[in-house]
Write a protein that binds this ligand. Sequence first.
Ligand SMILES: Nc1ncnc2c1ncn2[C@@H]1O[C@H](COP(=O)(O)OP(=O)(O)O)[C@@H](O)[C@H]1O
Ligand SMILES: O=C(CO)[C@@H](O)[C@H](O)COP(=O)(O)O
Length: 498
Amino acid sequence: MEHVIGIDIGTSAVKVLLVDWTGKVKAESTEPYPLYQPHSGYSEQNPGDWVEKTIIALRKVLKIANIDPRSVVGLSFSGQMHGLVLLTETNEVVRPAILWNDTRTTEQCREIEARIGKEKLLAITKNEALEGFTLPKLLWVKKHEPHLYKQAHTFLLPKDYVRLRFTGHVAMEYSDAAGTLLLDIQKKAWSEKLCQELAIEIECPPLVESTECVGTLLPEIAEKTGLSTSVKVFAGGADNACGAIGAGILAEGQTMCSIGTSGVVLAFEQTGEKDFAGKVHYFNHAKPNSYYIMGVTLAAGYSFDWFKRTFFPEVPFSEIVQHAAKSPIGANGLLFTPYIVGERTPYADADIRASFIGIDAAHTTSDFARAVLEGITFSLNESVEIIKASGKRVDTVVSIGGGAKSIEWLQMQADIFATPIEKLKQEQGPSMGAAMIAAYGCGWFSSLEQCARAFKEVERVVEPNPAAVERYRELFALYRDIYPQTKEITKKLKTFRP
Ligand SMILES: Nc1ncnc2c1ncn2[C@@H]1O[C@H](COP(=O)(O)OP(=O)(O)O)[C@@H](O)[C@H]1O
Ligand SMILES: O=C(CO)[C@@H](O)[C@H](O)COP(=O)(O)O
């Protein structure tokens, strides 16, 4: 029996799934790597770590699955979006990658707006200049590290870099290129105008479709992983685009919520010609010639992770969720905003910081844990509301990512979004989406839709509870009041941050 592999270069770890032609996961492996935060707002990773850990994870899945490695016929990638990997002419890494959740580039965002104009930028890229996107990072390196910028010949995004090391081919696919802020997403071409007017002298990489085969494994990688040199490597997609494929978000009317390090609410779009005025991100899908819109909570799973690391380092996530469930809806009058690294949707604000509001002498650790989970979900609900306001119906939401692991958090999502939530058997949507791209690319299916019908397995549907929906509606209105009330004070605290 033939197999394919999906690899997700996540923010906390690389996740690898080995799948057979029925969509059954034969083995999975996760290898974490470090995240470096030398200053408040900085977030970097070493691209070499992604490659090294991916090789280890591949070796592990082959061992766990205990299959003939020659039965693996294709693999593909999903990856954290926007991260800048600068490369020399001989493809050496110039400096650590600057990641999607790094917010050092506010000045460069204002510079892009001033030099291009907000209207023109929106017309070309369909997106606003946000700190997390790749273009402001390029401009930051140009200004602050000119000696390194001079060494750079081209740039790639995280999973494109790993694919380069696996195949020897430099390429970027559309779903990730869309998040650079240099792509004309409708024309599917690099914007010469933006490159010229912002004096980006380094080369933009060749563009390919997500489903395109870019090559086969280099002998060195085949030897290290145990895979064959004939394995076909397909371009893959941005993690949210791959998550959407894994969740079967392939037609109008379908919506997904992903809680990983970030949090995303995403809806399918057939064309790239609409105007959402920058309120949501508008990107090319990994399904060729289609699109999606999404809102992003910068620190969704990351806020929960911060809470665990800081207060309950020894307690597993699942137990903290159960502890949170002992507190009632509204955490006995405690609210949390998840702005621990700034925010994107609906407030594009790198300076805002998080708050607990309403702390009472009677509050317990259960209340604090519940407030954190509710606050993250309220923030995601801001994106659900924007998507609804754009005229889309949100009848069901497919929930994926680490945040979909606990039933109690899924119930909160159902009650706060006021919609049924589908939990999939395999919550690792992005790596499953990458495996599906490989399965389609290898010719197992005639379309991604056909592949999704075979591979997507709904484990359960969590229905909203009408009384809880009503209670959360009231709390959401209070939650929304916190941003305007805390904006200025947290900005003034900036000078006290490390
Ligand atoms: N059992 C669990 N219940 C609820 N949330 C969880 C659980 N395990 C992990 N998480 C959340 O999921 C996050 C990791 O999600 P994941 O999809 O693996 O992230 P990424 O793709 O960004 O590396 C953690 O930071 C945590 O917030
Ligand atoms: O910046 C974005 C989307 O615009 C993030 O969604 C990243 O793509 C990282 O994703 P996770 O590691 O949280 O899955």
